[in-house]
Design a protein around this ligand. Structure first.
Ligand SMILES: [Zn+2]
Length: 286
């Protein structure tokens, strides 16, 4: 095993080259030397079983690892019954679609604090997530892991601590560490190798198993305000962080094998490739 690299969705260049369907993506990614792809259900899980299986088959054929992103509307802290019902449905639909596609990870946004204090909202989120874990388990698709993601706005639930605590509920839950989001919510807090070290150490202390090595990463450069995340940028846009190199050095030093998904807005495949090259250069001691 090794670290895996790939994009979230298709690059602009994929479409510019005349490609239309995601079933064409795996061969395109393979040629670029990439290993992973994240399929977005951000605006809702609208996919037929036959289409999902066709996409999954194409990725399996090229040996590209698939993950899916659950709808953005999920909110574990919501108090309204109909919203809670919808949240459960977003989870079961995402996990079912992931199963059809042969994807083993479902990435999701934990939610937002709202008008309450953070502890109250988080306490309720933790309780509700426990319920969701049971609901999802009853589907019987044990190969599919739920992955709570660290989020970029300060009023969102999704600090490293909050995500790790969600993961502590069940060994099947894997953290999705979005370093761009963490950089944004700490208003530029990821500058040095030490800043990355602290996060990786927290994961190791809290999880104490191979989830601290084979976790999920979202990586892109990000613009922020004092409320946190403003927008993602391609690597070529100058003046944004965080820097990938110190993380790559730690990945090599600590033998980490995460799946790294690049969420650049238009050059996600190209940027994933750049990050893979940085990583391999360090790994091979060049
Ligand atoms: Zn996300």
């Amino acid at each position: 095993m090794t670290a895996l690299f790939g994009p979230s969705g298709n690059s602009q260049s994929f479409y510019n080259e005349g490609h239309k369907s995601t079933t064409e993506a795996p061969e395109w990614l393979k040629k670029k030397g990439l290993d992973a792809f994240e399929y977005s259900f951000g605006r809702g899980v609208r996919i037929r079983e036959s289409t999902a299986r066709e996409i999954g088959g194409a990725f399996a054929k090229e040996g590209i690892t698939l993950s899916v992103h659950a709808p953005y509307y999920i909110n574990l802290a919501s108090t309204e019954e109909d919203k809670k019902k919808n949240t459960i449905r977003y989870f079961t639909e995402s996990v079912t679609a992931a199963h059809w596609m042969g994807a083993t990870r479902v990435i999701f946004h934990p939610g937002a604090v709202g008008s309450e204090d953070r502890d109250t909202a988080y306490g309720r989120a933790l309780e509700f997530f426990n319920e969701i874990i049971h609901e999802v388990k009853s589907l019987g698709y044990d190969e599919v892991h739920l992955c709570p993601e660290t989020l970029g706005k300060i009023n969102q639930l999704g600090t490293v601590e909050e995500v790790l605590k969600l993961c502590s509920l069940d060994r099947n839950i894997i953290p999705a560490i979005d370093f761009g989001h963490l950089h944004a919510r700490t208003v530029g807090g990821i500058r040095t190798k030490d800043d990355y070290k602290k996060i990786l150490d927290m994961m190791e202390d809290s999880l104490g198993d191979d989830r601290a090595s084979r976790f999920h990463i979202h990586f892109s450069h990000i613009e922020y305000t004092k409320q946190g995340e403003k927008k993602h940028h391609d690597l070529k846009d100058e003046g944004f962080g965080p820097d990938f190199e110190p993380l790559a050095e730690l990945m090599v030093k600590r033998n980490l094998e995460p799946t790294i998904i690049c969420e650049s807005p238009s050059m996600m495949a190209e940027d994933a490739k750049t990050m893979k090259e940085i990583y391999l250069k360090i790994k091979n001691g060049l």
